[in-house]
Each structure stands twice: as structure tokens, then as C-alpha cells.
Design a protein around this ligand. Structure first.
Ligand code: ATP
Ligand code: MG
Ligand code: FE
Length: 336
């Protein structure tokens, strides 16, 4: 059983052998948070409390198994909103205690990465490009469950930049999918900057691009222009994609990686998926991208990552705490 409550999705899943999804239920709180233009932590915690028990019950029911058949209870311990994480952790602890099964505290981003294994076996060493609401990272994975961060964002995460640009263009939260759609439909491209940083750096920066978008929007509005939104969406998306693809490919080529994994909510972006697919085909690089439903937050991916710890017998105690800024590297699974 896997439980995920790190942000604004309450999710419970039953996963077999870390790659067979028997059930994966997701209660999204998007409609609740939309009116505030973003996730309100206090509200998120309360909504998790309302639905967590039902989600756990439904997950075992849909999986068609009894509670005794579960071999472990996995739960996201971090990173995420502390109050939101706590709800999942308390529920998972209670269940683990009640049925006397091991508890496995799991890293949310390891979950996003291992969403790829729900579809296909991963080859190592590999590079993971993580693009989500709170993270933009390049991780080198020499073996299963080991993570070394070789690059990360110095300011905004790419999903965060999408959401802010979307808001400036008049779209509701979460805006990523709206910007994606507008960009794909646009014939025109507004010229916007690319943040490459130092030539050998794998780090990212999206706050300059975000500011450039906000300035462009203001200028168009001051000139009384209309209908400029699609070309800005397209220009923004092209800038983001070019930098992400270029750095990810360079990371694969300059390490011993044999595969590239894309993951996180922004991996649902159609422009990014197709640009990366095309580039990897051209370069002869093996690429894995999860299906749309496993890109944004879900508990099945947490089950996939927790399986690595389960295989090694690395369990958590019932003292497990929420770790709002848990590092990915520190969660690495011990070598066999
Ligand atoms: P993290 O995983 O870093 O803790 P999170 O869990 O809030 O953050 P995810 O659920 O992984 O983030 O992803 C949500 C983000 O993905 C939002 O910023 C959303 O706008 C973005 N997103 C979803 N679909 C698309 C899309 N098609 N194009 C661009 N962005 C998208
Ligand atoms: Mg979310
Ligand atoms: Fe996430």
C-alpha cells in the first residue's frame, strides 16, 4: 500500500513488486485551491484529513485484496507541505501498526522518478530529468535507488514558472496545461531569453524568463494590444524546452548514462515530451517518459520507489517524521 499527501492530491495505491499497479486512487483538491490562485497549506491539510480514510479503503477494495495481504505500507515523508505530509504519515503509521506490517518512508521525487518503472524496467546508469511544481533537477543514478544531484534550479522550479506565467496570461491554477495548449496552437513566437548559466553548469534558472514574460505582457497591455497571449506562451515554452533538453542530453553524453528518464508534473507537457523524444531518437539515446496519468502526483509512484527499500529490508520506525525539505541523495538505497 502506498500513500501520497505531500501537496494537493490525496492518493492511495496498491502496487505489486514495485511495478504492477493494482489500484491508484487520486482525490485532487484543485477545485478547492483554484479560488485562491494556488495551494493553501492549511486548507490542503484539512482536505487530506477528510478523504484519506476513504482513499485507503477504496484502494484495497479496487485492488481486490484483503488488508492482511499487504506486505508493507509506504508513505511520502518529504519533501512537501509539512501539514499535508503529516496526514498521510499518521494514516500510514496507524495502518502499519494495526496490521503489523513494516512502514516505509518514501521520497516524493524518488517516486516521480520511479513512476517510469511502472511501465518499463529502467537501465543503469541513467540520468533523470525531474521537472515538477517544486523541483527542476538532473540526477545521476549509477544503480537502482542511488541518486546524485548534478544540477538543480537556482530559483524557480519549471512548474512554478509555468503557473506564474499562466496567471499573467489570465489562466487559473494550475496553469501549466493551459500554457502548453496555447503554445502548441500558436503560429507566432515571441522572442524570449534563455538562461544557460555557466557553460559547464547543469543548473537551471527560470526567474529571469518569468520576469521577461511579465514585462512583455505589461508592454503589450500598455500599447493596448490584444491576442498576444499565444505567441508569449509559445516563446516561453520554447525557451524552457530548449534549455531542459540541451542540458539533459549533455548530462547523458558526458556521463556513462545509457538512458534518460523524464518525470514530474511538467513531464505531462506535450511540447517537452515531443522535443525530447525527437532529440533522443536523433542522438540514439534510450528515453523513458511515464504516461500522462503517472506524471503528476499519485501514490502508485510512491509504491514503485518504496519497493527498492522493501527489497533491501530498509524500513522506517513508527517514529517516522514529516521532512518538508528531505534531500533526494540522503534517501538513496544502500548498495547490495
Ligand atoms: P513537487 O513534485 O516538486 O513536490 P508538485 O508535486 O506540486 O511539486 P507535480 O504534481 O509533480 O508538482 O506537478 C505539478 C506541476 O506540473 C504544476 O506546476 C503544473 O502546472 C505542471 N504541469 C502539469 N501539466 C503540465 C503541462 N502539460 N505543461 C506544463 N506544466 C504542467
Ligand atoms: Mg499537485
Ligand atoms: Fe510532485
Amino acid at each position: 500500500m502506498a500513500v501520497e499527501t505531500s501537496c494537493d492530491e490525496t492518493s492511495a495505491a496498491v502496487v505489486k513488486n514495485g511495478n504492477e499497479v493494482l489500484s491508484n486512487l487520486i482525490a485532487s483538491q484543485i477545485e478547492t485551491h483554484k479560488v485562491f490562485g494556488g495551494v493553501v497549506p492549511e486548507v490542503a491539510s484539512r482536505k487530506h484529513v477528510e478523504s484519506i480514510t476513504l482513499m485507503l479503503e477504496e484502494a484495497v477494495e479496487q485492488a481486490g485484496i484483503s488488508l492482511e495481504k499487504l506486505s508493507a505500507i509506504a508513505v511520502t515523508e518529504g519533501p512537501g507541505l509539512v501539514g499535508a505530509l503529516l496526514v498521510g504519515i499518521m494514516a500510514a503509521k496507524s495502518l502499519a501498526f494495526a496490521i503489523d506490517k513494516p512502514l516505509i518512508g518514501t521520497h516524493h521525487i524518488a517516486g516521480h522518478i520511479y513512476a517510469n518503472r511502472l511501465v518499463q524496467e529502467i537501465s543503469y546508469p541513467c540520468i533523470a530529468l525531474v521537472v515538477s511544481g517544486g523541483h527542476t533537477e538532473l540526477a545521476l543514478m549509477e544503480r537502482e535507488g542511488s541518486f546524485v544531484l548534478i544540477g538543480q534550479t537556482r530559483d524557480d522550479a519549471v512548474g512554478e514558472a509555468y503557473d506564474k506565467v499562466a496567471r499573467a496570461l489570465g489562466f487559473p491554477y494550475p496553469g501549466g496545461p493551459h500554457v502548453d495548449k496555447l503554445a502548441m496552437e500558436s503560429q507566432e513566437v515571441e522572442e524570449l531569453p534563455r538562461a544557460w548559466l555557466e557553460p559547464d553548469s547543469y543548473d537551471f534558472s527560470f526567474s529571469g524568463l518569468k520576469s521577461a514574460v511579465l514585462n512583455a505582457v505589461n508592454q503589450h497591455r500598455m500599447r493596448g494590444e490584444e491576442g498576444f497571449e499565444p505567441s508569449i506562451a509559445r516563446g516561453f515554452q520554447e525557451s524552457v524546452i530548449e534549455v531542459l533538453v540541451e542540458k539533459a542530453i549533455r548530462a547523458v553524453k558526458s556521463t556513462d548514462a545509457v538512458q534518460l528518464l523524464l518525470c514530474g508534473g511538467v513531464a505531462a507537457n506535450r511540447g517537452l515530451r515531443s522535443a525530447l523524444t525527437e532529440r533522443c531518437e536523433r542522438e540514439g539515446i534510450s528515453l523513458l517518459i511515464p504516461p500522462f496519468s503517472y506524471c503528476t502526483d499519485n501514490a502508485a509512484m510512491i509504491g514503485a520507489a518504496a519497493y527498492l527499500k522493501w527489497k533491501q529490508g530498509e524500513f522506517s520506525s513508527l517514529e517516522l517524521k514529516a521532512e518538508p525539505s528531505l534531500s533526494l541523495e540522503s534517501w538513496s538505497v544502500a548498495a547490495k
